[in-house]
Design a protein around this ligand. Sequence first.
Ligand code: GSH
Length: 465
Amino acid sequence: MIAGLKKALGQDGGQDLDCSLHFSDAPSWEALEAMVNARQQELGWQPPDLETGPTNPLALRRTFNQPGEPEVKLYRDSAAWCPYCERVWLQLEEKRIPYTIEKINMRCYGDKPPEYTRKVPSGLLPALEVDGQLWTESAEIMSLLEERFPEHKPLLPPAGSREAARADLLLRLERRLYSDWLPWLCQGWDNAGKRARFEGTMDAVDAELARGGGPYFMGAELSLVECVFAPMLERIAASIPYYKGLLVRGTGRWPNVDRWFDAMETRETYLGLKSDFYTHVQDLPPQLGGCVSIPEAAEVAAAIDGTDGRSWHLPLPPLTRTSLEPHAPGEDPPVDTLRAAARLVGNHAAVTRFAARGCGRPGRRLVSAPLADPTAEPGEAYLPAVDAALRHVAHALLVGAEAKQRGADALSAGGKGSGSGFVAEPAAAALAYMRDRVGVPRDLPLPAARQLRAHCNFAIDVLGA
Ligand SMILES: N[C@@H](CCC(=O)N[C@@H](CS)C(=O)NCC(=O)O)C(=O)O
């Protein structure tokens, strides 16, 4: 137990409710910002340029260094949960067509602005505006982008060619895969039959990847077929282990699919917009009306949810191409922890109020995604405690949990700080609330997100709540 940190977070039994003194052991946000800057210098890592750098979900305008105002505007969902938005997003990034972005909620986690439903009465996403004209339906949008911007890396073979016929066949195969995945995922009867159909279609996908020579569907180069398959295979690779206990990636069962994922994960475009298993297994049920778990999946599900006591705790299990959640580029813990700290420090005021919902009141108007509660109210009385807890998390990310522990013990031995048991539990609840809502890619890429989740757990363990 880290006595100093417990004290700093206010769990050493004092009764005084004035938090300002008790949390003085946590570095200020200004001090943390200076530490982030110093660490950036030390590691030679800088936050990417959102307009011209690698694909980044925080970007609202992408120019790719091309002059003039972008002609294209993409409406995509705020949380980056929508697979049809992901298709178009990947296509725009691969083609490097300048565009602006407006993020719109999906109904399962929030409200849509009336200006959007006036434009798109169904509220469906994605939508695309080109020169003031609005387009919906991802397939139509993708065709339009190919036709309208031929000077930007074509992603489809010339119409009428043999390659174009093959691309058509592959696009139909993606729909077949969707149709064989969905019933297995969402229905509880005929498990064996549905599994057999799903595996058969995965075999067909793997065989097509082999037939094309790989690593991509059409051969050595990425094509529009990837933009369509990526959202689907990504959701399959997350949901089938979690709900059905069958590992899809990294086992050699579908070697060409493994190779395809590895190739996709060499691309800055895909890496910037891909999600993670946890986010997907949370985002699919509200979109699909529920997914059905089978008992054999319980162990894998606990590891993905971080409830197994290991997978979201320090020291984190390595992230490799064969880990439970494969990630071909692996990880870089110094940079990953820095990225997580930089995001937390840079957005601390909003994150503190958001996390404090965990010790506040649920909203009066609920939405269907269990982890979303747009009208929840933060626990105002605990904001200083939550703020301090988050500063400790950021500090641990920057100096490392072990050094943090040593420093905290030294502080404790020196007798600094005094606290109140009154705030430890709410602070821990706030950290847990935030930890469970770190979304990939919306908030951070996977390697940094898992560091943030694990460092929240470190602080929660210290609080002993
Ligand atoms: N066929 C459409 C499907 C689009 C679609 O179903 N979008 C869903 C999100 S995945 C949506 O916007 N639903 C409304 C909402 O959830 O607010 C396309 O390909 O664009």
